[in-house]
Design a protein around this ligand. Sequence first.
Ligand SMILES: Cc1cc2nc3c(=O)[nH]c(=O)nc-3n(C[C@H](O)[C@H](O)[C@H](O)COP(=O)(O)O)c2cc1C
Length: 186
Amino acid sequence: MNIVAICGSLRKGSFNRMLMQALAGFAPAGMSIKEAPSFAELPLYNADIQNGPGFPAPVGTLAEAIRAADGVIFCTPEYNFSVPGGLKNAIDWVSRLPNQPFAGKPVALQSASPGPLGGGRVQYDLSRTMVFLDALTLNKPEIFVGSCASKFDEKTGEIKDETTRTLVKQQLEAFGKFVERHGAKA
Ligand SMILES: Cc1cc2nc3c(=O)[nH]c(=O)nc-3n(C[C@H](O)[C@H](O)[C@H](O)COP(=O)(O)O)c2cc1C
């Protein structure tokens, strides 16, 4: 089972990237988790680009990685109670492709934040977007890594917090079963 992970943060020291990169170590047998191609270089969505020069190449690359995967895991910060602009822009771009890649795709959500709620609100907004795109979003268990600065080893990126490690393991197991039940490659 091949899972692609998308990090909603572009910064080097991102806690969400640490979370994403730690996932492979907690995956159940048979599940591989790889990072999605970057969306960092995408221009802001503009229909004039789409209808003129066409979709920028990274849009197709990202969409292909999503299509080829059995499932997608988002690890994202919350910006101003919602989805970071860069991530939303990337989703907006791929959503305009014919045969957009999220349709029927199993999706799991994770967020990390230095705040106490761990990005509780971004997941509601991201899951609404996934509803519009006909993705199949796993409901439980949820992963909100609150007070995240204390839960990672900032040098190694390792998850130090035992509760977080357990939750991540549980969500990946649940997601594996969810993908088996619902997933079918597009
Ligand atoms: C523009 C901006 C808006 C933010 N808004 C929120 C917010 O609404 N809720 C929250 O918990 N943290 C918020 N933060 C703090 C981020 O959670 C924090 O910077 C986090 O470390 C970003 O994730 P990263 O470490 O993966 O880059 C915001 C940060 C930025 C830059």
